[in-house]
Design a protein around this ligand. Structure first.
Ligand SMILES: Nc1ncnc2c1ncn2[C@@H]1O[C@H](COP(=O)(O)OP(=O)(O)OP(=O)(O)O)[C@@H](O)[C@H]1O
Length: 256
């Protein structure tokens, strides 16, 4: 049972650092050696600095920000694909991450086998997948291609099957990264309708998308990330307006 008011996602003081190893020039390497190997040839980059965020069950939240602001990194930390270097991330209930769509697919297996494989990875028992199978295939519109190896699928077919499996696993929390912008328009409309239906059932949605008009129709709350910090958290239309203002400013400064 889903009850509103309970916390679905909690991030406290999240910090995530990436280490970027550059190939240095011979001269740089020599200077480094002559100086007694002092300093570090790798460069550290803080993708998320100190992010705290709470999402209640049943909320529909859009995570927004310019390129490189840390959105995908935050989503990967919430889904457990990445671990933070500091802070804590907690989620309540089953989480379905539509992040790297089809990442769990095995290329040499058919769509059918991948439904079973992916369903199992997402925590479904074989019997449950048997019961859901026809409905998964129907929603995905894969049709007879379900017995074709997925390496022959188009990116849209991949997406449709992955989305369909995920919505059939009955998770409490959906993490969605750019998925809404992929696929053709009729399927996009179908996804949005499904997402709205899930939200009416009290599911929690946490969505990353550059399609601001779209997120404004799907979500009611917006969180704006900038250089790895939350700079605004409020009503989605206000946050969209603020992001548009900052984008225009960044463009005029030539810093995009
Ligand atoms: N595995 C990694 N190694 C090194 N740097 C990384 C890695 N993943 C992300 N980054 C860097 O961290 C920063 C944040 O990346 P992230 O993908 O989270 O941003 P984003 O807001 O999702 O961007 P976009 O809107 O372009 O998808 C970027 O500067 C990116 O280059």
């Amino acid at each position: 049972m889903t009850s509103h008011g309970q916390v679905a996602i909690s991030c406290i003081g999240i910090r995530k650092q990436f280490i970027m190893r550059h190939t240095r020039s011979l001269k740089e390497a020599l200077v480094w050696l002559v100086k007694g190997r002092k300093g570090d040839l790798s460069k550290k980059f803080l993708a998320l600095k100190d992010v705290s965020l709470e999402v209640k069950q049943g909320e529909r939240v859009a995570l927004m920000g310019l390129n490189g602001s840390g959105k995908s990194t935050l989503l990967k930390l919430i889904s457990g694909v990445l671990q933070p270097d500091g802070g804590t991330v907690r989620t309540r209930g089953r989480v379905a991450g539509l992040i790297e769509v089809g990442a769990g697919f095995h290329h040499d297996l058919s769509g059918r086998d991948n439904v079973y494989l992916n369903g199992a990875i997402l925590g479904m028992a074989e019997k449950q997948i048997d019961e859901m199978f026809d409905s998964i295939v129907e929603f995905s519109e894969i049709g007879e291609f379900i017995d074709t190896e997925v390496k022959f699928y188009s990116s849209g077919m991949y997406l449709r099957l992955a989305f369909s499996i995920a919505v059939h696993t009955d998770p409490e929390v959906f993490l969605i990264d750019e998925i809404l912008a992929v696929g053709d328009e009729p399927f996009q409309r179908k996804c949005i309708a499904k997402i709205k239906e899930l939200s009416e059932l009290g599911k929690t949605l946490f969505v990353v998308s550059h399609d601001l008009d779209l997120v404004a129709t799907v979500c009611e709350r917006g969180v704006l990330l900038e250089h790895g910090n939350v700079v605004m958290d409020g009503e989605v239309h206000d946050v969209v307006a603020e992001l548009r203002r900052r984008s225009a400013h960044a463009e005029s400064e030539g810093s995009l």
